[in-house]
Write a protein that binds this ligand. Structure first.
Ligand code: GLU
Length: 285
């Protein structure tokens, strides 16, 4: 559905599975600047749906770091871990459309059978469990085998036909352009798993729509994932924001900063005596 809302609403949606680093600071400052340019507001959303990696201390650190950067947002802040029922409903909607199927493959089985990679470089799911018959599915579910629910992307694409979305760029004030989405390059992505009725992709599109987000500003590393988001929006009858992709902050080796590579956190920099102005200077905003 196209956006009609008059006042732009943007969002910054970090996942609390580590401390924020300069890459997050750039993305946050960029988003608040974009909201200012567009005459809108930025909401903060905590994307804590991963029960293994999300930690309350990282949520607290997000608030602390963003306040330290001088950023402000309206309350209440949406915290995704409080909304699993809503994401489960969205999953059920896809299930009712016969677009989800159970998958029992382990990571190593997928890696062994995959012949291609997804846009993030991970093994592309070879579709093994798509061919299980109903009896086999029920038997394995009743046995309590670890299960994930995957989107049947080919069937979903056949339902929606040609998919497009609107992007702004290179500046957020540039004229909108229409871009084709190619979600098929992600294969059959996982949207739910045992004990967790959502995935990042599912809760992201549900909340962007429900919060009335008109503009999503995100790093270029998220450009390909947007194709999948547009597909889910169509399938679920959700609003589709305008997208804008910003550059990434790289380390000295030219790699994207990452929590997993122990990039120095904003907390570390603060402890070393950095100020918010130093952060702005370092990221060029
Ligand atoms: N929680 C995601 C992250 O921290 C947000 C990405 C987005 O949807 O913009 O990478």
């Amino acid at each position: 559905m196209p956006q009609s809302s008059a006042k732009p609403i943007l969002r910054f949606a970090p996942s609390p599975n580590g401390r924020l680093h300069l890459g997050h600071a750039y993305s946050a400052l960029y988003t608040w600047n974009a909201a200012k340019l567009l005459g809108g507001t930025t909401l903060l959303r905590i994307e804590d749906t991963d029960p293994e990696r999300s930690k309350p201390e990282f949520v607290a650190a997000i608030f602390e770091d963003l306040q330290w950067l001088g950023l402000q947002w309206p309350e209440p802040v949406l915290q995704q871990s409080e909304r699993f029922d809503i994401y489960a409903d969205a999953g059920n909607d896809l299930r009712d459309q016969h677009l989800l199927y159970p998958c029992f493959c382990s990571r190593s089985e997928i890696a062994a059978k995959a012949t291609d990679k997804d846009p993030d470089g991970a093994p592309l799911y070879p579709g093994t469990c798509k061919h299980l018959n109903r009896g086999e599915q029920i038997e394995r579910l009743e046995r309590g085998d670890p299960v994930q629910f995957r989107l049947d992307t080919a069937s979903a694409m056949a339902r929606v036909g040609m998919l497009t979305f609107t992007v702004l760029g290179p500046l957020v004030t540039d004229r909108p352009q229409i871009r084709h989405a190619r979600p098929e390059r992600w294969g059959d992505v996982v949207l739910q798993r045992k004990g967790t009725p959502t995935s990042y992709h599912l809760s992201c599109v549900v909340d962007d729509s429900e919060q009335g987000i008109t503009h999503v500003t995100r790093g270029r590393d998220m450009e390909a994932a947007t194709d999948l988001h547009v597909l889910l929006q169509m399938l679920l009858g959700l609003r589709s924001p305008i997208y804008h992709f910003h550059k990434l902050i790289l380390d000295d080796a030219g790699r994207k900063l990452a929590k997993s590579r122990d990039s120095e956190s904003l907390g570390d920099l603060r402890a070393k005596g950095w100020t918010a102005a130093d952060v702005r200077r370092a990221v060029g905003l």
